[in-house]
Design a protein around this ligand. Structure first.
Ligand code: SF4
Length: 267
């Protein structure tokens, strides 16, 4: 069974994927990936507090009250995940305080944006507490889905339940000027195929949420994307079933920041 992330790993460097999946040689977490993991964990963890906070929001509360609550949540959750990653951070020569100072403005902006959305909705519709929570668009976080037909599985960051199933991937890294990065298109496309098979419904589109720029970008399913994903699955499977180590990537920049470069280049 392949993971959807194997497809994107293959696109990044098929040799690195082979080292990881077949030879079990994996790189130690690098700075950007540790910070990305922390950001992702904070989003997920803080999101679990939404129900409690929104359900206790009344007509007497102000926007500042809401912001205060969310700031506390994000602060404690961020500190928790930075402490949890302390060993990996220190192995990269990073101090926890510096990481906090770098990431905190990001989550402060996130908290403010979230509060403004909830507050505006409450004021416009004049709904509070449980009714406000129930009025929010519903979604399922971290949905694991398996396709026996495609022999493919993955965990979708979030599936929005709006007239069907809409997969959403949350990305904390940089966004392209327009559209989405190719790997992200393949990832969302693969989730659309998985959801479509599982629920027996056409899934027409999904989204990538680029949190750094607070933008959600749409990906539409079409015959070209479907074929590209199916072809990619075959290529990845063939590579991983082969006894031959794939060639090095031609993108030297990837090698410069690769944690297994010494092993790779010695082969
Ligand atoms: S050093 Fe370069 S070719 Fe080798 S695994 Fe890393 S990214 Fe791929």
């Amino acid at each position: 069974m392949l993971f959807v992330t194997d497809l994107t790993g293959y696109m990044y460097c098929s040799r690195k994927l082979y080292f990881s999946k077949i030879l079990h040689i994996r790189e130690k977490p690098q700075e950007q990936s540790i910070k990305g993991t922390i950001k992702h964990a904070v989003f997920e963890h803080a999101g679990k507090q939404d129900k409690e906070i929104i359900s206790s929001f009344t007509e007497k509360n102000s926007l500042e009250d809401l912001e205060m609550k969310y700031k506390k949540v994000y602060y404690s959750v961020l500190m928790f995940h930075i402490q949890r990653a302390k060993r990996d951070l220190e192995a990269q020569g990073l101090k926890t305080l510096e990481v906090y100072q770098e990431l905190w403005p990001f989550f402060l902006a996130e908290a403010k944006e979230k509060c403004t959305f909830f507050y505006t909705l409450a004021q416009e519709k004049k709904i509070y507490r449980e009714a406000l929570w129930l009025a929010l668009p519903k979604s399922v976080p971290e949905l694991r889905i398996v396709s026996e037909t495609l022999q493919l599985t993955g965990i979708i960051d979030r599936v929005d339940l709006i007239d069907g199933f809409i997969p959403v991937e949350i990305k904390t890294g940089s966004a392209p000027r327009d559209g989405v990065w190719k790997e992200h298109m393949i990832q969302i496309g693969a989730y659309m195929l998985l959801l479509s098979e599982h629920y027996g419904k056409e899934i027409s589109h999904g989204y990538v949420e680029y949190r750094a720029i607070h933008e959600r970008r749409k990906i539409v399913m079409n015959a070209f994307l479907r074929d590209e994903i199916l072809e990619l699955i075959q290529k990845v499977r063939a590579t991983l079933n082969s006894k031959v180590l794939p060639a090095k990537t031609t993108d030297i920049k990837k090698c410069e920041r690769c944690g297994i470069r010494d092993i790779c280049y010695a082969q």
